[in-house]
Design a binder for this molecule. Sequence first.
Ligand code: URA
Length: 441
Amino acid sequence: MSRDIRRLSVRKRNGEELSEDELRWIVEAYTAGEIDDAPMAAWLMAVCCAGMTDAETWVLTDAMARSGELLDLSGLSRPTVDKHSTGGVGDKVTLVAAPIAAACGACVAKMSGRGLGHTGGTIDKLEAIPGLQTAIEPQRFMRQAEEIGLVVAAQSDRLAPADGKIYALRDATGTVDSRPLIASSIMSKKIAAGAAAIILDVTVGSGAFMEHQDEARALAELMVGIGERAGRRTVALLTDMNEPLGRAVGNAIEVEEAVAVLGGGGPADTREVATAVAAWMLVMSGVERSIAGARETVDAAIDGGGALESLRSMVEAQGGDVGALDRPLLGHRPTARGEFEVRRSGVITRLDARKVGYAALASGAGRRRKGDSVDPAAGLRLLRKEGDEVASGDVIAEVGASSDRHLDDAVRELREAVTIGDEQPPSRQLVLGVVGAEEIG
Ligand code: URA
């Protein structure tokens, strides 16, 4: 076994399989600060280029999960379920699906991530709610899970700390879009958080880390396999991420949209994906037996107000200002505001999710460098989407930004994201498939 990260990077780059001891050592030593960022980044890049065997990915995941405490939620009074997305643009599904599932009788106790690459992160979005804390100690995590059935925390020194460090380094070094690194990052958090059932939302398309369905399915199968091996009931939905989900892309603005959907309004696509995920959360946790029955329960939780109430309870329990949920942009004001106008008439044939993600990043909603803070007020509101007719001069997006320079950069990126043509684009299905629970109807 080698304990030299440089030699391990070279061996990985050359396509060698690393041993269990070597992989566990890398995770432990990096978490403990004994490997610096630069050699670790080189190792991550070698993994991106050469990949990992399923056996290596399992060991990496297990080592990352065990870098902190492994929570045992089996003593809680409600059935536990977790949910995670592989990342997208405008993806506020957790903010909608988790409160719904909690309102319907499941206990959702989960760890989420921050923005990664061009995608947003649930923790950054939640932290846009004034006062809301996401650094939650394990005992408090368990207590909140029991008391209100809903808790969303960030990685901490005690929960999956290896993922916290590796995630931030991947974001800063362009080493995000790797199947084993995504699988180990997500599944280590899921295993550490302790829920008995796991729903994975594996996004596919230009705004996702997996652009093609076959790659996304392979990632879904890998993660479902890891979940099952860890003794968790695991299922993955493949969902479209070619166009941003909903109309809001940013932090406060996405919470605002999630609140609208929980209140029975908001964009139809956000509701469709979030309610599909919530229905699977109910079935996999055992609260409901069939997807059809779960869908009715989910709709009733939205219509009856229980789902929104559940989000409010979580915000309050985590120290957030519940009143902010009723204010536009949660009460934030962007430093600079602007509009994006189209320069020709026709139909929007393409609204490229990845490029919209770059525009949101440029506005100040994401990080350019490791350790940067995000601007809760920055982001985009898409007034028109694919398939909409536009006339030259129409405003199709409103932009809130951290400064005039950020605003100019965001508008420039948006221009790249939009294609206007003469014919309607083909319509897209949002939920493309299910991996791991084919027998459930
Ligand atoms: N979400 C995560 O938690 N990790 C990834 O690598 C990608 C999405």
